[in-house]
Design a protein around this ligand. Sequence first.
Ligand code: FE2
Length: 131
Amino acid sequence: MAARWLSSMTTGVAELDRQHQQLIDQLSRLSDAMTEGRGLTQLPQTLEFLANYVQTHFADEEAAMAKYRCPAAEDNHLAHQQFTSRLADLRAVVAAHGAMPEVLAQTFRELTDWLVDHIWGIDTKLKDAVA
Ligand SMILES: [Fe+2]
C-alpha cells in the first residue's frame, strides 16, 4: 500500500514538504507499477531516482535544521547517512542480480516505512524550531 503525504507531515518549510511529496510520489509510482505487473522494471529506476534526489533533499533539510537550530539536527544527519548507505546496498544488489520479486516487495515496504517513520519521527521536529 502506497503512502500519502499528509498535512501532519509538515516540517514548517514549504520547499521541504514539496520534496517529501516528490519522494512519496516516487514510491507511489513504484506501487502502481507493482499493481500493474511492471514493478521489476520500475524498481531500478526508483532506486536511481531516490539515490539522486535524496542528496539534494537531505542537504536542504540539514541546512534548514542548522539554520533554525533544530534539536533533531544530529539525529537527522545520522538517519540520512544510514539511509544513504542502505540505498547504496540495495542498488548494488539490484545491479548485481537484477530486480527480483522477493527484493522488490521487501524494498518497497522498507523504503516506504523508513520514509514515513522518518518524516513523522524526525523531520516534523523542524516545525517547532521554525515557529
Ligand atoms: Fe530527514
